[in-house]
Design a protein around this ligand. Structure first.
Ligand code: MG
Length: 160
């Protein structure tokens, strides 16, 4: 028997799609860097994509645990024709703010239908989004301090 409402189940399936599309977006960015031998940035974005995949799996596992139904929706192609580093960094930041809105929507749905068993999961994502936004805005601030893309790349490290 399902211990999750259809409404929340559907919303979580939709969020799995959002997380996997985030991974897809960041994989495209990683390739853009890799093609320009900006290898640390390529690694940073590839790791970001891997994190997004893990996010999708967190929602998947929760649905299964609650006896719901996982449905993987079709993924949309993501933008891949970037012009420069700042465009990528700003698009990442905008994207993470969009994802934060999506997590807030999940919170609102759960609250509205008084389905509190997923609170811990949604709270985890609320905290994660604070980190995601901070990581990328930190990268933007750092980039502003460099005149040369390779110097910047040389100083990009990712602490998990
Ligand atoms: Mg995510």
């Amino acid at each position: 028997m399902a211990n999750i409402s259809e409404k929340l189940n559907n919303a979580f399936n939709a969020q799995i799609k959002e997380e996997l599309e985030s991974a897809y977006l960041y994989l495209g960015m990683a390739v853009w860097f890799e093609e320009r031998t900006l290898d640390n940035l390529a690694d940073w974005f590839k790791m970001q994509a891997e994190e997004e995949f893990e996010h999708a799996m967190k929602f998947k596992s929760h649905i299964v645990e609650r006896g719901g139904s996982v449905h993987y929706l079709a993924l949309a192609e993501q933008k891949q024709d970037w012009t420069n580093i700042m465009e990528i960094l700003e698009a990442s930041y905008t994207h993470e703010k969009y994802i934060t809105e999506k997590i807030t929507e999940l919170h609102n749905i759960a609250k509205e239908i008084k389905e509190y068993s997923s609170n811990y999961l949604i709270q985890w994502f609320m905290k994660e989004q604070v980190e995601e936004e901070d990581n990328i805005s930190g990268l933007i601030d750092k980039y502003k301090g460099y005149k040369n893309d390779f110097n910047f790349d040389h100083h990009v490290t990712r602490v998990e």
